[in-house]
Design a protein around this ligand. Structure first.
Ligand SMILES: Cc1cc2nc3c(=O)[nH]c(=O)nc-3n(C[C@H](O)[C@H](O)[C@H](O)COP(=O)(O)O)c2cc1C
Length: 358
């Protein structure tokens, strides 16, 4: 897309709808930010600060260790309903695990949520990876390739129910059978609310290229960003579509770079190694081959990109992500409420000056 046609950088918050979000560390000043009251306050502050969207994580149990990382969490369809009702302009996403929801129920809930928010809702559809979470429900974790085939069917059903004449959509696949599918109300947004997938495997990239509007991804470094973002976009072009990519930075800034780095060090020094190991091995990212240092790096924000320094350095690093092909970011903070307010006062004006946000 020519630079002149590119939309401004979209600023999002990876919301703390779960405990210890998202530091896998016992150094976490407000581990219980998961409460609705806290999420509502952060959401309202985000709207004032100039953020574009709010994004939750979907979890069904914690990862053990001394923190029981993410062990208490608000379910994200019901969470979004309340957050939409408490805000006015900001977009709010839900995250849905394909194996847990029937797509017609998700389509109906989505139609409802989009009406509650007057056209401000979006959906992140994830295939799921935690055998422990699904195991407790007696749900089998499908082999990776089949997981994504099923997610493809799930998204095709959502789109069919949201865009075709109610009562006319039919679908048959090994996982679903929809006969004369009827969902009313359909969502307010036309043709449908934005659809996100948060996966990076080959299968995930192809799914996004064919059917999604956004890829929410976590490249291992800023340097790895252009290749990954370009790959998603080129694959979409092959289907005559456009997709956008958002990255996941952990943002922390202080008066001096030294102070900011010292705070990062405190988080890493108090890594909850048991929870980090459980999280990493559950995600099958090669826990045996991961050094202690890699696990410590997870402590900051479970795979988030560290964006650390002074306010100006942080703004520069975010602007760089935009240059490298990211169309947005879902930001993790250490002190969610305070950092949301400070970000609006100290970082957003810099990003405006740099010409990356509206
Ligand atoms: C930004 C982001 C958000 C994610 N949110 C969730 C989530 O809420 N629940 C979940 O089970 N997995 C979540 N994931 C994990 C992915 O959906 C996916 O399972 C994982 O990245 C492995 O995907 P892959 O097998 O396609 O590489 C998230 C990943 C990213 C990068």
């Amino acid at each position: 897309m020519p630079e002149s046609e590119r939309e401004p950088f979209q600023l999002g918050i990876f919301m703390p709808n779960c405990s210890h979000a998202y530091c896998i560390s016992s150094y976490k000043p407000e581990p219980d930010d998961w409460t609705y009251e806290s999420n509502k306050n952060i959401a309202q502050a985000a709207e004032t600060a100039g953020f574009d969207f709010l994004f939750p994580v979907s979890r069904w149990r914690g990862f053990g260790g001394e923190t029981n990382y993410l062990g208490t969490s608000l379910e994200t369809m019901t969470w979004a309903a309340a957050i939409l009702a408490a805000t006015h302009t900001i977009r709010v996403y839900s995250t849905v695990h394909v194996p847990v929801f029937h797509p017609l129920v998700a389509a109906k809930m989505g139609g409802t949520l989009d009406h509650i928010g007057q056209g401000r809702w979006g959906i992140n559809i994830v295939s799921g990876w935690s055998a422990t979470e699904f195991g407790m429900m007696g749900i089998e974790l499908l082999p990776h390739a089949e997981r994504y085939q099923r997610t493809t069917a799930f998204i095709e059903i959502l789109k069919g129910l949201w865009t075709q004449e109610p009562g006319s959509f039919t679908h048959v696949s090994p996982w679903y059978q929809i006969t004369d599918g009827y969902v009313m109300p359909q969502p307010m947004q036309q043709p449908h609310p934005p659809i996100v997938n948060a996966g990076t495997s080959d299968a995930a990239r192809d799914l996004v290229a064919r059917l999604c509007d956004w890829a929410f991804i976590a490249p291992p470094s800023a340097e790895a960003t252009p290749d990954m973002a370009d790959d998603f976009k080129q694959r979409a072009q092959a289907y005559s579509r456009q997709v956008r990519c958002a990255g996941m930075p952990f943002v922390l800034w202080r008066e001096t770079e030294k102070e900011a780095q010292a705070e990062v060090q405190r988080i890493m020094d108090q890594t909850d190694m048991v929870a980090a190991q459980n999280w990493a091995s559950g995600l099958s990212i090669g826990s045996e081959s991961m050094s202690g240092f890699s696990l410590k790096m997870l402590a900051l924000g479970a795979g988030a990109l560290p964006v650390v320094g002074t306010a100006y350095q942080v703004a520069e690093q975010l602007a760089r992500l935009y240059e490298l092909g990211m169309d947005g970011v879902l930001i993790e903070f250490l002190h969610y409420y305070d950092d949301t307010v400070r970000f609006g006062k100290e970082i957003v004006p810099l990003l405006r000056q740099m010409g990356v946000v509206a």
